[in-house]
Design a protein around this ligand. Sequence first.
Ligand SMILES: Cc1cc2nc3c(=O)[nH]c(=O)nc-3n(C[C@H](O)[C@H](O)[C@H](O)COP(=O)(O)OP(=O)(O)OC[C@H]3O[C@@H](n4cnc5c(N)ncnc54)[C@H](O)[C@@H]3O)c2cc1C
Length: 478
Amino acid sequence: MPLPPPSPRPDAVIVGAGIAGLSCATLLAEAGMRVVVLEASAVPGGRARSWVDPGTSDVVDIGPHILLNKYGNMRAWLARLGTEHQIRWQTEELLTVLDKGRRIHFKVHGLPAPLHYVRNLPRVLPSVPLHRLLSNVPVAWRTMRSTPAEIRALDNQSGRNYLQAQGVSGAFIDWFWASASMAFLNLPVEACSAAALMRIFGHMLGHSDPAFGFPKVGLSDLYAWPAIRHVESRGGQVRFDCAAAGLRRRDGAVAGVVLADGTHIDAPVVLAVPPDALSGLLPASHPLARVASRFEPSPYVSCYLWFDRKITRSRFWARPWSPREFNTDFYDLSNVREGARPGSLIATNIIWSHRANGLSDEAIVEATLKEIADFAPQAREARLLSAAVHRIPMSVPCSRPGIESLRPPTRMEPGLFLAGDWIDTDLPFCMESATRAGALAAEAILADVGRPRSLALPVPEPQGLAGLLRRRTPAAGR
Ligand SMILES: Cc1cc2nc3c(=O)[nH]c(=O)nc-3n(C[C@H](O)[C@H](O)[C@H](O)COP(=O)(O)OP(=O)(O)OC[C@H]3O[C@@H](n4cnc5c(N)ncnc54)[C@H](O)[C@@H]3O)c2cc1C
């Protein structure tokens, strides 16, 4: 039976209870606004949700997620929700890469950016000759001297073409940049936007203290349910199994949403949905629907493997990307989560997983087991107690050349606001982008009712020598 329209009329209706929608709802509810969040599915969290695995009764995420300590908006939001302590930060090392059987432990050292990587040289040189490493100096110099607008202007070039044109050795592109593109942008380096890739490079060069963090609890318990409690305790409402089916218009402005059951809710609208969901909400001729149709999903396959014993003491390791292999990042959740059972629970990601499409779940588990054993040989003796394969149609949209320039703004038209990781946030498509997009939408709604507030934290500026270079020469790099 359809729910009655909310009474009194809400101050905002938010479509989508993923990170972006819930970030927006939290901030608006805190500012005293009455919000209604509509979620099409029966549970919150969208692409960052968790559930109870039916085989083991353990909580698993849709796929393992990792945070960066520079996720300022997300960390501030988790602090609001009282769950920031549920992140386990890896401070002793940045990451371990298994390169042709050799473990490379990347660390960051107290030198000013970008020199913080220099002390990794002895660990890296057995894998990469010095001249290949040095072939990156011109592109690093140029990236540090470029303004954000100059980086954006690279959007029509592919990552590989741009790196080659800057003199980076082909072998180094295959060894490092192919993996970086896959890990951060979720598509091959020849298919990614040079602007998206160089923005990440600028970030790597400009921050000397990067650290990864892993949720100690399922993602839904990290933020989704706490955000819903936060909203509801301030008079807001979250409705599940409640899909928005279209927009209502009055006098040339968006007046509210029409629900799938034919009822409507009038209020300023925030669409916090991914690009592929817009086709169900807007006519195909709408400019936003046309833009959204250009965003292509990057698919994932995530595996969860339960072993009868500990097979590693590591939290996280990675393998360089190769089209002949499957998984790139591996997590032993028994070393991350509190109160985990005695054996290892390994979660993995196959990024850009088209090559796994024709494979059965059993074949994927078999390939994953072999790849885990390359790092943790104990996996060969251990008994596999259970396995789950999650096939995920979209992790994030693909940052293809030209896509950065298409990312839409927060304000679409009177009465209509956008949020979501794919909105123009100056960040790659990720959880931090979704959280920031939600905050930008909340700012816009509050400004329209004459209560402007600064809620979205800026993207961190480069620090150290990298920061000095950019500030002194804002127009340099051409
Ligand atoms: C396997 C995997 C691994 C990832 N790893 C990382 C990582 O390590 N680090 C990182 O930062 N990011 C990672 N990401 C990306 C991250 O999860 C997303 O960037 C983020 O969750 C996007 O949030 P969102 O709110 O923008 O969109 P979504 O999560 O897609 O939320 C949109 C919500 O809108 C709802 N909806 C859609 N249409 C309607 C409608 N008509 N009416 C009502 N509701 C509707 C959907 O059901 C959904 O709940 C990963 C993603 C996946 C899938």
